[in-house]
Every structure is written in structure tokens, then in C-alpha cells.
Design a protein around this ligand. Structure first.
Ligand code: F6R
Length: 612
């Protein structure tokens, strides 16, 4: 949450920062601002609304500074308005700061500073931090970086910050704990950003800052120190990301681009790991842990939102194929219980961003109790990827639309590979099933592409239901988590109330909601629950519900019973979610567009939830 960008070098900072903030808008988009240092003056420009509103405000101004910091906000402390937007000034207005995270003990620090005469303009914790840094700087008369470090030692919470001072032109000081920060290293220029997307256009050389590290750009050089002044040599990595992966490439929205990318991204998440012709399956990151996996008494899966849904799919896969006990937990609940965890447990943490605060905290808890932690993350070098013992990246490529689509199918793909590898090692599946699953997996990308042929039909259905007030999604077995995911997609981008249930649960309450105005989406593919789901459809039809059924190609029975059908290709039952989720993503996308919603940046949401 919140995106930060900073630049120092020879280019004009403002256009570069604004472009970078637009790339980071998925992290927060209620207000934005920049601070520029020019002609020995520190000026801040801030605006409620999107980065384009700020851009409008600054259009025509001659701002040629070559050093600056910028921020796009997802409000935590204080409502979204011009004053609470970042950057913030210190008390004497000689320092400014951008911040992503939360300073938990800001209130007590603020009280002390008020007693000393500090005047605060905003409601934010961030303004308190920069006043605190100034106070220490003036009191100790040391360097600015020492003041930043001393302040951060007192701070409780999470932060990625960049500080700029009118008294130190050419200098930027950045630090992180719990919130991501990437440094781009160019020729005579440096960039800071919450992720690499604002940077890749200019350099592929990056340094990922670690927790409790402070990066100082001074006299054209980068140095990295910890809070106790010990210097470390910056580890420069090459970015593998390509610019086109973070641009819309002719689509109206990132979300639809990412939905259509899935035939490729699912393939990418298997590439180099799976070869059916010689029954090869290997996940490099898990090689040394396969025995441990095979010996595990229990697997605990933690995640949030869509990643939690991928975990629910994995529960069916691991239990069915590898015959291991699985528990799937909301990371936010798990971390605050007193869960019984031992060294024999394996925890799999699933996260697209790799930065979700609750998931990270759940990992730390499980680690402290001796469990082995695997990560299934999309963002390379992310906090969760680094906090786990081992893992497998999903390789879905950058996901920019706030609603997760291709990350979900990539997560399910990787989890399927892990479940099959584990089953093979344990001998809980036959050689024939093993080979069959590998062959079927290789065909998934083309089957997903086949679902896209139904896009115009799905659009027509979306048109009919554009103004529905509620939706119910029902599925059984592996399609139950898909129902949950379909409902989540619809509610988050169209703001229609939607619920997902296991189809058999209907009669224990929700069936009371069914009438001729209630659209019910059934996941009714041909699998071991088929007959049962047919009965559930009849129950809904008997009460005049309007049924949209996702069925397997060639189904002759269900089309005669329901109002609308969307076909998906037949696949192995264990792989069904990879195809059955696609029409649900498209349905919610088209409905949201028809309702005029901002699908890539739905209200109140942010892509990377770095606050608990
Ligand atoms: C839904 C969505 C969220 C995320 C959740 C976890 O479309 O995107 O529910 O799945 O915030 O995020 P990650 O996977 O980054 O940990």
C-alpha cells in the first residue's frame, strides 16, 4: 500500500516521478504528491485524487529539478485530502519525507514533539516521523543519516521511507522495515521505488534493500548501512522484467490483459519444471526439501484473499494426491491465534505480491515454532520470498490490475506441481495417474485459450446481469474454492454483493435468498460431483433462480435445465479450477466495465496490503 518513487541524477525528476507513480498507482490511489529540490528551495505539490490530477495541477509549471521524491497514497492515518497526502515537511520545512507503512507509536512521539513546540499540519503518522528526525538532527548536531537511524531505532511499525533535505542537495536517504524498497542503479543516477516497475525503463541494475537497512546517496555514490552504522556492499541484481509486461499493450485495462495472458502465464509457471514425454517433474527450489515434504504429518497453508482461495484448491489436491493432512488458514486469523505448530509441520505461504503483512507475520510465527516454510510468490525478491526457507515462484509476470487473475491460476499451477511431486515421492499415486496428470497439465494453456473463444457470449450474459444487486456462486469439491473466487472477483470490481458457497450448503440457509431476481452461477463441470450438482441446480430452478452454469463442452443435460451455459474444455478433475475460473473472471470484468467501474483500481482497495 502506498507507492513511493524518488530520483537523483541528471534527468528532470518530475516527469520521471509522475510516470513512476502512475505505475505504482495499483498500490494506492487516493492522493499523490511530489517534493522537488530546486535553486536551494524545497517545494511540495500535493493533490487529492489520482496521479493524473496532480499532473494536471503541475502542467505548465517550469519544474526542472533533478532530484525529487513522490508518493501515491492509500490512506491509513487521516482521510484522503491534499494536506494528508505525502510528501510531508519537517517543522522547519528543511526536510521532507515519503513513507509507505505505519508508524504504530506515532501518537506518543507526536505528544512529546508538540510539547517541544512542533506544529503539525496533517493527521498522518508520516509527518510525525519527519518532525522526529528533524528534532534528533538538531539536538545531536550529527549527520542527517545518523538522525534518520536514531529515529528509526525508536520507531515501532513498518516503513519504507525516502528523506530529502534542502541543506544536502544531491542527497537522498532511504530505509526500510517491512515495506518494500528497490534501488535502481544507473549511470550517475539513482532511483528508489516500491517495486521495480518505475525503474526498468532506465536501468536493469537493482538492489533490494533489506529490513533495517539504510541507503544513502551522497556525492553520486550509494552506500548501505544498518541502523548500527555497519556498512554492507550493495548486492546488485539484474532485473529480468521486460517493459511491455507492465504496459497495457492495446487492452482497455490491465485486468483484461492479464486474464487473456493466462494461457501464457500458466505455461510460464510450468516451464522448465515439467516435461510429460519423459515424465519429468522438478521444482528447483524444492529439491532439497522433497523428503521433508513427504515426511510431513501436516501441511498448513496460509494466505489472504485470492491466494487463500488458491490454498483451498491446494487442500483438495494435496489430500487427494499426496494423502497428507492439510489445513488452510487466513493468515490474519492464524497469526493471532495460538496455533499448535511443531517442527514436523510444513507451512506453505501463498502470496502474489510477497508483501502481504498478515501473511508475512504468519510466516514469522510459524518459523519461530520451528516449522519449515515454503513460499509460493509471484514477485521475485519480495519480503515473503526472502522470509521463507524455500519456495517456487509462480512466474505469472507483473500483475497490475488490483483484482488478482493470472496470479491465481499460476498459484494453482505451482501448487498442483508440488502436490504431484509430493505424491510421486510418497507413492500415493500410480505411475499412470502421474503421467496422465503431467500430460493434462501441458494441455491446460490451450484449453484456457479455448475458453477465451466464449468471451463474446460471456459479455452478452454480463449485459443481461449488469444491474443485478446480488449474485450467488455455487460449486462442489475443487470447484467450491472457484465459486468463492468468482464471488470475490465480482464484488471487488463491480461492487455487487456476491457470495460463494459449497453447493450442498444451500439448503442450510442461503436457499432462502433464491427468487426470480437472484442470479446463481453454478460450477457444474463433468466430474465426480456432477450428479449432485445437477440436483442442486434443480433445487434452485424449482425456486425460480436464474442459473448461469459453467459446464464441460458437450454437456447435453444441464443446458436444458438452466438459463445460460458457458462451456469449458474437459480436463482431469484435479485440474478443473484452472479452466473453470476463467469464465468467472471474464463475467466479473465485463459486468464491472458495463457498470462503469474503474476495474483496475476499484474503490477502497490496494494491490499490496502491507498493513494488517
Ligand atoms: C483479490 C486480491 C486480494 C489478494 C490478497 C492477497 O483479487 O487481489 O484478495 O489476493 O490481498 O494478496 P497477495 O497474494 O499479494 O498476498
Amino acid at each position: 500500500m502506498c507507492g513511493i518513487v524518488a530520483y537523483v541524477g541528471n534527468r528532470e525528476a518530475l516527469p520521471l516521478i509522475l510516470k513512476g507513480l502512475k505505475r505504482l498507482e495499483y498500490r494506492g490511489y487516493d492522493s499523490s504528491g511530489v517534493a522537488l529540490l530546486e535553486d536551494a528551495k524545497l517545494n511540495i505539490y500535493k493533490k487529492k485524487g489520482k496521479v493524473s490530477d496532480l499532473e494536471h495541477e503541475l502542467a505548465g509549471k517550469n519544474l526542472t529539478a533533478t532530484i525529487g521524491i513522490g508518493h501515491t497514497r492509500w490512506a491509513t492515518h487521516g482521510e484522503p485530502n491534499d494536506v494528508n497526502a505525502h510528501p510531508h515537511f519537517s517543522n522547519n520545512r528543511r526536510l521532507s519525507i515519503i513513507h509507505n507503512g505505519i508508524i504504530e507509536n506515532y501518537a506518543s512521539i507526536k505528544q512529546n514533539l508538540i510539547k517541544k513546540g512542533h506544529v503539525f499540519l496533517s493527521d498522518t503518522d508520516t509527518e510525525v516521523l519527519i518532525h522526529f528526525i528533524e528534532d534528533i538532527h538538531l539536538a545531536t548536531a550529527g549527520s542527517l543519516e545518523s538522525a534518520v537511524k536514531l529515529a528509526l531505532k525508536e520507531v515501532v511499525g513498518a516503513y519504507a521511507i525516502v528523506v530529502m533535505s534542502v541543506d544536502h542537495p544531491g542527497q537522498l536517504i532511504a530505509a526500510r522495515k517491512g515495506s518494500p524498497l528497490v534501488i535502481g542503479v544507473g549511470e550517475d543516477e539513482f532511483f528508489f521505488a516500491s517495486d521495480a516497475t518505475p525503474i526498468i525503463e532506465y536501468t536493469k541494475d537493482v538492489v533490494y534493500l533489506d529490513d533495517y537497512e539504510v541507503a544513502i546517496i551522497k556525492d553520486g555514490k550509494l552506500s548501505i548501512q544498518n541502523l548500527d552504522n555497519t556498512e554492507t556492499i550493495p548486492y546488485i541484481q539484474k532485473l529480468e522484467m521486460e517493459l511491455e509486461t507492465i504496459e497495457k499493450g492495446g487492452y482497455d485495462h490491465f485486468m483484461i490483459k492479464e486474464i487473456f495472458e493466462q494461457s501464457r502465464s500458466i505455461g510460464d509457471s510450468m516451464r522448465g519444471r515439467l516435461r510429460s514425454e519423459d515424465a519429468h517433474l522438478q521444482l528447483g527450489g524444492l529439491n532439497n526439501y522433497l523428503d521433508k515434504l513427504a515426511e510431513a504429518d501436516r501441511i498448513i497453508i496460509v494466505g489472504c484473499g485470492t491466494s487463500w482461495h488458491a490454498g483451498l484448491v491446494a487442500e483438495y489436491l494435496f489430500e487427494e494426491l499426496a494423502r497428507v493432512n492439510v489445513e488452510v488458514e487466513y493468515a490474519s486469523e492464524f497469526r493471532y491465534r495460538n496455533p499448535v505448530i511443531s517442527e514436523k509441520d510444513i507451512v506453505i505461504a501463498i502470496s502474489q505480491s510477497g508483501e502481504t503483512a498478515d501473511t508475512l507475520a504468519a510466516i514469522e510465527l510459524a518459523k519461530s515454532k520451528g516449522a519449515t516454510i515454503f513460499g509460493v510468490c509471484n514477485v521475485v525478491g519480495s519480503s515473503i520470498a526472502r522470509a521463507t526457507h524455500a519456495g517456487a515462484y509462480t512466474h505469472a509476470g507483473p500483475e497490475i490490475g488490483v483484482a488478482s487473475t493470472k496470479a491465481f491460476t499460476a498459484q494453482v499451477t505451482v501448487l498442483t506441481l508440488i502436490a504431484i511431486a509430493m505424491a510421486k515421492r510418497k507413492g500415493t499415486i500410480t505411475e499412470e495417474t502421474y503421467r496422465q496428470l503431467l500430460i493434462e497439465l501441458e494441455h491446460i494453456p490451450e484449453k484456457v485459450a479455448k475458453v477465451f473463444e466464449n468471451a463474446s457470449k460471456i459479455k452478452e450474459i454480463a449485459f443481461i446481469f449488469t444491474y443485478a444487486r446480488n449474485f450467488i456462486y455455487l460449486g462442489r469439491g475443487l470447484n467450491f474454492p472457484v465459486a468463492l473466487e468468482g464471488a470475490l472477483k465480482l464484488k471487488e470490481i463491480s461492487y455487487i454483493h456476491a457470495e460463494g458457497y459449497p453447493a450442498a450448503e444451500m439448503k442450510h440457509g442461503p436457499i432462502a435468498l433464491i427468487d426470480e431476481d437472484m442470479p446463481v452461477v453454478f460450477l457444474a463441470t463433468r466430474d465426480s460431483s456432477y450428479e449432485k450438482i445437477v440436483s442442486n441446480i434443480q433445487e434452485v430452478k424449482a425456486r425460480k433462480g436464474r442459473v448461469i452454469a459453467i459446464v464441460t463442452e458437450g454437456d447435453k443435460l444441464i443446458p436444458g435445465m438452466v438459463d445460460f451455459v458457458i462451456e469449458v474444455p474437459q480436463t482431469h478433475e484435479m485440474l478443473t479450477p484452472l479452466v473453470s475460473v476463467i469464465p468467472l473472471q471474464l463475467l466479473s470484468y465485463y459486468i464491472a466495465v458495463m457498470r462503469g467501474r474503474n476495474v483496475d483500481q476499484p474503490r477502497n482497495l490496494a494491490k499490496s496490503v502491507t498493513v494488517e
